[in-house]
Structure formats: C-alpha cells, structure tokens
Design a protein around this ligand. Structure first.
Ligand SMILES: [Zn+2]
Length: 296
C-alpha cells in the first residue's frame, strides 16, 4: 500500500549509503534509476533484420522501408524498496517471508520483458532493491530525506523520461488477514487527463481479474475508484496527484496505482509468490498498456 503522505522516515539513509559504497559496482544500477533501466535502445528500435551500421555507412533504414513510429514511453513504478518493505506476508512462525517490495519489482521487470521494445520504451523507477531517490535528495527542502522525497523521485523520473503512461505497482494488506482479498486500482480524478486515468485504471483492473482467472483464481473485484475516495482525507495518492502540498512537481502523464491482491491473505500471498502467476499478471498488464495506446 502506498501512503498518501509520509508517515515514517526512510530511515538509515546513512547506512544505505555505507552499504551501497561497500558494495562497489553492485550499487551502480540503483544509483542511476533514471537512466539505467531503459530498453528500446536505438539498436532495438531498428527495423527487424536491418544491420546496425555506423552513420557514415549505409542508412539504417532500407530505401523502401517505412520509419518506425516513435516508441511509447511507459513508466513502471515498483513501490517501496530498500528499508521500506511495503507490506509483507508472515510464515507460520510469524517471520516475514514474502515482501511487497520484491514481488512488485519482479512483476515490473516481467511487464517490461513482455512489451516489444520497438513499440514501447519502458522505464522502471527502480531496478534493484533500492530507493529511486539516489543519490538521496531533499526535494521538498524540509531538512530531511524521507518517504515524500522517495515518491517525488519517482515522479521526477517519470517526467524526465517524458513518460506517456505511469503504472505504480503495489500489494495490499489488511488487519483482517485471510478474510480480505482482491484487487483495487486507483486513479486521480482531479487531473487534466482524468478521463485517460480512469480508462487505463479500468483496463488494468479487468486484465488483472482475467489474468488471475486464467491462473485458476477468481479474485474479488474490490474497486476501480478515484483516489479521493481512498480515505476521509480526500487527498490524492502522492504519485498520482496534482502539484499541491508537499509536491515539487506532479506527473505530467496519465497514470494509475494498482494493488495486486493482499499479502496478508495466505492464499493470495502464495499466488503472488508463484512465478507463473507473476507471469500471467505481467502479461495482462502489458496487454492493458497496449490496449490503452490502441484506444487513444
Ligand atoms: Zn505499497
């Protein structure tokens, strides 16, 4: 779940820094979330079968070829990371065994893998178990580096990469444990592109329902809803909302936040941890992205 406003610090940033430094090269992917995760390079976007040549030699496209349309830029935002686990499932001993931050990253990577790089340039806001806010910056200038700055970093990555569509991936939790399950997808109804937000939210929700049905699970269709209805505050989810309050810039593109089942539900946690179910969910969301652009 993504809190609307920061409730707790992204703690031990200094420790993170020390760890990242100590890890040497392994810190590099996390250090450049805005640039390293791109696919759809110029090579990948050439016409099939076309040799990759230097600019001085033959043209990249054959004389009779039609230039490819530009790839759509899609931002995938796996929630949480590093010290921020998101929600989690606990084993029979009460020990956390499945963490939201890990499952949503795997599913984001699977969505990326299922989108044709000639048609979609997919950017992940993080590609490792790390905050996208690296090196850490105090975007809102409140003297501390916390969850708001982590969320602002995700927005900034989306805007800097000129994203056309934003999909934030989360998993839900409930104190009621196994009694609660199902799917929710949220959109902001107070943005200039609210109609596109809603259309994309409905596509994501339907495809997630269909993917789980194909995996043999009839998930509860909890709701597709305006994020103003998430709680009594009426505030937007931070990564979807307008440039108000603690924002230092909002996303410039339509987007949604989807909650993929409940990790506090044993059966749904087992499904989420199943590679085949992850593949199905990813395939369905890749399909939703294609359907969104086909209909716009
Ligand atoms: Zn979450």
């Amino acid at each position: 779940m993504q809190s609307k406003s920061p409730h707790f610090l992204l703690v031990i940033v200094a420790v993170c820094l020390l760890l990242l430094t100590a890890c040497g090269e392994s810190a590099t992917p996390a250090a450049k979330p805005a640039t390293s995760p791109t696919v759809g390079s110029e090579e990948a976007r050439r016409l099939p079968g076309t040799a990759i040549t230097t600019p001085q030699s033959t043209p990249a496209l054959p004389p009779t070829g039609t230039p490819l349309p530009p790839a759509h830029v899609v931002i995938l935002d796996p929630g949480h990371g590093a010290d921020d686990w998101g929600t989690f499932h606990s084993d029979s001993q009460g020990q956390p065994d499945i963490l939201e931050k890990n499952i949503v990253l795997k599913i984001a990577q699977k969505i990326q893998a299922q989108l044709d790089p000639t048609a979609f340039k997919v950017i992940l806001t993080r590609t490792a178990d790390a905050s996208p806010n690296f090196p850490p910056q105090d975007f809102n200038g409140d003297g501390k580096i916390d969850q708001v700055d982590d969320l602002q970093a995700r927005i900034n990555i989306a805007n800097e990469n000129k994203g056309e569509l934003f999909l934030s991936l989360h998993i839900n939790s409930s104190e009621l444990g196994n009694d609660v399950g199902g799917l929710e997808t949220w959109y902001a109804g107070d943005r200039p592109f609210a109609a596109d937000n809603k259309r994309f939210a409905e596509l994501i929700q339907q495809n997630n329902l269909d993917s789980l049905a194909a995996a043999g699970y009839k998930a509860q269709n909890r709701r597709v809803d305006d994020d103003a209805n998430l709680d009594s505050s009426g505030e937007d989810i931070f990564v979807l909302g307008p440039d108000v309050g603690e924002h230092r810039g909002a996303t410039n593109m339509p987007g949604v936040l989807t909650e993929l089942l409940f990790l506090t539900n044993d059966h749904e946690a087992e499904l989420l941890n199943d590679e085949k179910v992850q593949d199905k969910l990813a395939g369905g969301m890749a399909e939703a992205i294609k359907e969104y652009f086909a209909g716009s």
